[in-house]
Design a protein around this ligand. Structure first.
Ligand SMILES: Cc1ncc(C[n+]2csc(CCOP(=O)(O)OP(=O)(O)O)c2C)c(N)n1
Ligand SMILES: [Mg+2]
Length: 280
């Protein structure tokens, strides 16, 4: 990526993180940790990777994104707002009764959301259906599904993985946000996944492991995935839960908790300083 493009991507990711904190603070609930770990990848998907049409969110030939770890929708909403699907003001009513942006993605209520999610484990199955439909329709759209590492403890993920490789869904790219933490603590203490790469390999996937906060690595992996034929790809993205807000980083306690007013101010100040530094 050219330096200028990289800078723009970093600024957008920072804005997505600001939206995340803004939303969760105003909701007084929600999931900042996994939203912040996913922010770079989601930003890259919407700002460089995916073929989407903001004016026509349901365009038949658009690429699809399934946020299987639906609790991390503050980051998705941030990216969609930044992209122009709806006003950034909507973020402030996150999780409010009757608001457009609910605590888990709703494909019927929010423009740009391709799949409702929140019950962990289901997103790869939904993405498989979309990818298979593209094959039947002779359409060249691609399907991206992001899941959490804790979510990989769900059996349905592996049922869907078998399906994806059986049907040679090379238009499907699964991305695991491997931040090492889930709701109850460290993934490797709750129910270890390792060796996750070998597991996906065994299920017939092309496996790529990257630093999920490095845009060059994100780009290289997504580009490589497009060249893989006859099998699906999984990108195992090593990330930091809470990335970008110092006191949230790697802290299981920030999985599903809103900052209080003091914490909110520190988080916004930190992210604003990061944005200013990028703008300088
Ligand atoms: C089927 C199901 N069981 C339990 C939950 C409650 N839950 C919400 S988030 C979460 C932990 C997810 O951890 P991980 O997939 O690692 O997400 P991240 O670290 O990215 O937030 C759990 C158990 C749920 N949403 N769905
Ligand atoms: Mg996790």
């Amino acid at each position: 990526m050219e330096n200028q493009e990289l800078l723009e991507m970093e600024k957008n990711a920072c804005k997505v993180r600001l939206y995340t904190i803004e939303g969760v603070f105003n909701a007084k609930s929600g999931h900042p940790g996994g939203s912040l770990s996913a922010a770079d990848i989601i930003t890259y998907l919407y700002f460089r990777e995916m073929k989407v049409d903001v004016a026509n969110p349901k365009a038949a030939d658009r690429d699809r994104f399934v946020l299987s770890k639906g609790h991390c929708c503050p980051a998705l909403y941030g990216a969609l707002a930044l992209k122009g699907y709806f006003s950034g003001e909507e973020i402030k009513s996150l999780r409010h009764i009757g608001a457009m942006l609910q605590g888990h993605p709703d494909m019927k209520g929010t423009p740009g959301v391709d799949m409702s999610s929140g019950s962990l484990g289901q997103g790869v199955s939904a993405a498989c259906g979309m990818a298979l439909a593209a094959k039947y329709d002779g359409s060249d759209y691609r399907v991206y599904a992001m899941l959490g590492d804790g979510e990989c403890e769900e059996g349905q993920v592996w049922e869907a993985a078998m399906f994806a490789s059986h049907y040679k869904l090379d238009n499907l790219c699964v991305i695991v946000d491997f931040n090492g933490l889930q709701i109850d603590g460290h993934v490797n203490e709750v129910a270890g996944l390792e060796p996750l790469d070998k597991k996906f390999e065994g299920f017939g996937f092309e496996v790529l492991t990257i630093d999920g906060h490095n845009f060059d690595e994100i780009e290289a992996a997504l580009n490589k995935a497009k060249t893989v034929k006859g099998k699906p790809t999984v990108i195992i993205a090593k990330t930091i839960k809470g990335k970008g807000v110092s006191f949230m980083e790697n802290q299981v306690g920030w999985h599903g908790k809103a900052p209080n007013a003091d914490e909110y101010k520190i988080a916004i100040d930190e992210l604003t300083a990061q944005l200013r530094a990028l703008e300088a």
